[in-house]
Ligand binder design. Structure first.
Ligand code: ARG
Length: 308
């Protein structure tokens, strides 16, 4: 019995070491593994690596060296996928009342998609909740593996980080009180706009009028969308510019508010990673493509957003 335990333990150790090593392995080792398949099967580590491969990189079609792409990525913490986010953006990410989705402590579209990606990559999802700007920076600097926070892809961000394929769209909309004099986008001129700091809503609204905005002085940045909405209710701002999905959710929970019919800007949401981290990005895109193709992404979105 003891012997069996000892053998099992040794096996576990070898396997976990192999898993760790495989992430750190260079492409050299891997092309080796390719040409040397039979010889390599004697190594316990390799069965593990190839099991991971089928799971993780099945999507890296086209790449002649499937194993290379897969084995090359590393994560901040071994065996885990750290997602930075700002969990105050329903229905994309929220702090859960209880255990949250799969015990993450969080729930929402991004949390569930991230969990599914992590599963495909054989990793445990860890959600790191922080300010929105900090969440972007955490991925940029490689402190977290990826940022998933209903993040809009735009030129400014593409200059400092890399993005996955898009998995959803967002639209910037305007929330006003039901009795507001603001009926169209033109009526916003000369009014105070509440936004969430660091978001595209904040940035675009702050642009000078020549560039389609209302000017910096017209815009107040709040820590999160809900604070901006509360400021609207208290009369501290005249409207709130924010993504449509959280807008719907805030309006549903706060009687007396409505969303203007005019939609402002349409945007693509994607997952951000540190610039140049192609290995991880490829792995994420591979997993994401599978989840889009098999309908998982759409069904996750549908659970949280009911079609109008
Ligand atoms: N889509 C907007 C942006 O990328 C807002 C995202 C805010 N996300 C959040 N989790 N607070 O700037």
């Amino acid at each position: 019995m003891k012997k069996i335990l000892a053998i099992l333990l040794a096996l576990v150790l070898v396997l976990s070491f192999a898993a760790c090593a495989s992430t750190a392995e260079t492409t050299n080792e891997d092309s080796n593994a390719q040409t040397n398949e039979t010889a390599d099967t004697t190594e316990t580590g390799d069965t593990d690596a190839s099991a991971e491969d089928t799971d993780a990189a099945a999507e890296d079609a086209g790449a002649a060296t499937e194993e290379t792409t897969d084995a090359a990525f590393t994560t901040v913490e071994e065996g885990k996928l750290h997602m930075s986010t700002n969990a105050a953006f329903p229905p994309y990410e929220m702090v859960a009342d209880g255990e949250g989705f799969e015990g993450t402590g969080y729930e929402g579209i991004d949390v569930e998609i991230a969990y599914a990606i992590a599963q495909k990559l054989g990793l445990e999802l860890v959600v790191d909740d922080m300010d929105f700007t900090a969440a972007l920076e955490a991925a940029q600097s490689g402190k977290c593996d990826m940022v998933m926070a209903g993040v809009t892809v735009n030129e400014d961000r593409l200059a400092v980080m890399d993005f996955s394929d898009s998995y959803a769209t967002g639209v910037q909309v305007v929330i006003v009180t039901e009795d507001s004099p603001i009926a169209t986008l033109d009526d916003i001129e000369g009014k105070l706009i509440g936004t969430q700091k660091g978001t595209t809503g904040f940035t675009y609204a702050s642009y000078p009028p020549e560039e389609g905005g209302y000017g910096e002085d017209a815009v107040i940045g709040f820590d999160n969308g809900l604070s901006a909405v509360q400021a609207l209710k208290n009369g501290q701002v005249d409207c709130v510019i924010i993504d449509n999905a959280p807008a719907q959710s805030f309006v549903a929970e706060n009687p007396g508010l409505k969303i203007l019919d005019t939609e402002w800007v349409t945007e693509d949401y994607a997952i951000g990673v540190a610039k140049g981290n192609t290995a991880l990005l490829d792995a994420i895109n591979g997993a994401l493509a599978e989840l889009i193709a098999d309908g998982t992404v759409q069904s996750i979105i549908d659970t949280y957003i009911t079609a109008e």
